[in-house]
Design a protein around this ligand. Sequence first.
Ligand code: HEC
Length: 182
Amino acid sequence: MKNRYAAIIFGLTIMPVSYAQPGSPGMGCQHGMPGMGCGQGMQWRQGAQPAAQAQANQSQPTDRRLFVKMPAEAQQIMRQDMLIHLSTLARILGFLAEGQLNEAADIAEKQMGNSTKGKHRGTGMGPGRFMPQAMKTFGWNMHQAATDFAQIAKTGNVKAAYAALQQVTATCVTCHGVYRIR
Ligand code: HEC
């Protein structure tokens, strides 16, 4: 796999992820300082498996994703954006299947590309404010991958466009494997 996220995805594939009930005690990093998630300054794999959590939940399924606390409003904005990302992906695939590469490029840039960065800044509730640095980087990687896809799709090379789109979806997988917000 010629993919700069290949190692991470491979890591996630072998990492057992199971899902605990929301709000269960002892679930990792629940401090609320903006921008101070527990992944900060740590390798994400290390942060994803705090020893205390492993001990506390030995008899329960363990969700190893890092909990990122954000206000309800920021959560809502983020989840709304996520639904837009998902529907944008579906629309991009539709355009690619029809050979409409320019349309695929336009929607990718408008909905997910670098030009969408900071779109909630004015509200003070942009989810990025509440993300630990590593999570922000995953988000920026997604915006960059979408912009790269748009540029490549505009060249008309279908095969290269699919390869670039796979880089976009890889960024979704990476972040989802590491973080949760509830
Ligand atoms: C920066 C990290 C990050 C990136 C990049 C990312 N997501 Fe998410 N996404 C999350 C988190 C965290 C959640 C919330 C998980 C939870 O419920 O705790 C989420 C939730 C979602 C949801 C569920 C929304 C709901 O209604 O609750 C969808 C759908 C989704 N993401 C799609 C995508 C797609 C598609 C991509 C890639 C194009 C993507 N995401 C990229 C972090 C990310």
